[in-house]
Design a binder for this molecule. Sequence first.
Ligand code: A2P
Length: 334
Amino acid sequence: MKQYHVAVVGVTGMVGRTFLKVLEESNLPVSKYTMFASARSAGSKIEFMGKEYVVQELNEHSFDNEDIDIALFSAGGSTSEKFAPIAAQHGVVVIDNSSAWRMDPEVPLVVPEVNPEDILWNKGIIANPNCSTIQAMVALKPLHDKYKIKRVIYSTYQAVSGAGMAGYTDLENGLKGEAPKKFPYPIAGNCLPHIDVFTENGYTKEEIKMIKETQKILHDDSIRVTATTVRVPVFNGHSESINLEFEKQFDLKELREVLENAPGIVVQDDLENQIYPMPITAAGTNETYVGRIRRDESIESGVNLWVVADNIRKGAAANAVQIAERLIEYKNQD
Ligand code: A2P
């Protein structure tokens, strides 16, 4: 069986480090790794799977002579915008964690439990969706298939790790009384209804990402979606209150079973024993946790869900590695 050469771009970052953990746990047939970051970390050393790797500076020639098959990118939008096409031109398949390529009609946007077949039409770049979108998609897809979703209302409670190392450090330092550097206001003891930049219609880019990406991944522009995204003082693990309105009627017990039997989901919903999803229990895992499943009694056919996942794992690194696994499965079938 073919062995692959995999590059990690942004290996020193929050997601980059988690790529390494997830890769270590995965069974990807890899013969060689190459580690990239910016000039700032070039030359620094990384221990990975019992070997020492020297971090290389990513530049226009990084993909010239190397036989890299797959590159996992998490080094920010501008790095992806510039370097992903260069990599793709050299025959590399880029799995990109930034928002740079997600809405490009030539680029598949993939959650492996939801639309793995979109991997097949990639032209060298596959986009990893926004962290909040990924966990929502895992929960919504089986319900959309069964009951056809008409409308979605997302309200998110997003961890600081979603803002990278700098976000994480702001909460750590904020708990010691220090002023924020990444966020516009203190995050310790606070909530910021402001993730990414504000746009003309008053929504943030994060909210618009959730709306557009939901429609693209579910291949259905008729689904109406609205969102309010909020940064909360949690280190790791995004939580989401999701309100769904369906076209079809549903039986609540059956809906729970649909979720229980869907790939990638763990239902945690035992009110008597106070069992429900929480960031502290989701952290360090690749699953999406769904609980507080209850009928929305204010509409004809609707449900409320509480959905939690580790935003750095399922919301970023694990989803990207799962895309790589599927890509290799498809290649092996050729
Ligand atoms: P570096 O550590 O050398 O700056 P985070 O979002 O957690 O801060 O991580 C960002 C990641 O993206 C880091 O690994 C960072 O590397 C990397 N990065 C930032 N800019 C570039 C660039 N121009 N080329 C390659 N990697 C970059």
